[in-house]
Design a protein around this ligand. Sequence first.
Ligand code: SF4
Ligand code: SF4
Length: 310
Amino acid sequence: MPTAACGIDCDVCKLRLMEICSTCGPGKSADAQSKLETQKRILGNTCPILDCAVLNQIDYCMRDCELFPCNNFELGYPFSEGFLRMQSRRLAQIPPARSHINTPVEVPQTYWELIQDKSIPAICNCTLTEPFPDNSGATGVIFRFLNEDILVDFQSRMLKRRNGMDWEQSQDPLLELVSLVYFGSAKSLLPLSQDIVSPNDLKEGHFFQGPHELKTAPLLERYGHDPEAFSRAALALGGTSVDMADRSYMLLPFPRIPLYYLFWEGDQEFAPDITILMDRSIEAYLAADAIWGLVNRVSQALLQGPAKMI
Ligand code: SF4
Ligand code: SF4
C-alpha cells in the first residue's frame, strides 16, 4: 500500500522505482514505522505528519482524521496553501444531491404549493415538530434533523438552518425535497411500530435492489477499520446507542422517523459490515424513493464526521 499517510501516492513516484525513497505507508502500517526509523537514522528527525499519523493510528490524514488539515501541514509540505484552503472549504460543504436515478435533485415548486395549503399546527401535531414563529401566526415548521434545527419556511419557500439567533438559507435540495414530501404526507401521528425492518422488507422493498440498494460502501471504506470513529460520528449526530450489533445507533432525521445503523466489526473470517434498518411506520409517510433519499442524506452526514459538521 504505497500511499503515504499524508496522501502522497508513492505508487506513481519515480524516486520509489529508483529506490532513492521508500513508501511512508498509511499510519497504521509497518511501512510507516520503518520509514520513521529510517528518517531518524538518516535525517536525525522525522516527518511531523507521519509521526502524528502513527502516534494517533490514523491511516490517511485526508480521509480519516477529523482535524485535517491540521497545523502539521502549515510547513508548506507536501501541499500548497491553496490546496489546503480548498480542502477546508469543501469538507464543510453538503455533498451534491443526486436522485435514485443519479440526476441532480431539483425541488419542484408544486411541492411548496401543496404544503402551503396545509394547516401548520396540524402538521406539527402529526410529526412532533414546532410551529414557527408560534402557533397563532405560523409560517413554517421547525424540526430537529440529527443534531441541528431546520426551519421549513413555507412563506419564503426555503429550508433554513439556525445561525446563532438568526436563520440562514440552506442549499440542501435532498433534505428540502424529503422534508416537503414528509410534511406534505403526514396526516396522523402513528405510533412507532417497534417492527424494525430492512428496507427490503417494506411493501416497496423491491425498489431497494440493484442500483437502488442503500449505499454503505463509502461508510465501510471510511469506518470499516475505524469503529471508534464510527461511534464518534454517530454520537455527534445525536445518535443513541442501541443493542443490535457490535456497535449500533438510532439516528433521528425527523422526530418520528428513526433510522438504525448497525456496525459489525468483522474478524479474520468476515469483513466489517454496515446494515441500515428502519421502523416499519416509515412507509406510511414516505415512498421508497424518498426513503432512499433520506437514508443517503443521513449517511452523508455520518461520512462527513464530527469535525466538519453539516
Ligand atoms: S510528507 Fe511525510 S508522510 Fe508525506 S510523503 Fe513526506 S515524509 Fe511521507
Ligand atoms: S492531526 Fe494532522 S498530521 Fe495528525 S493525523 Fe490528523 S491530519 Fe494527519
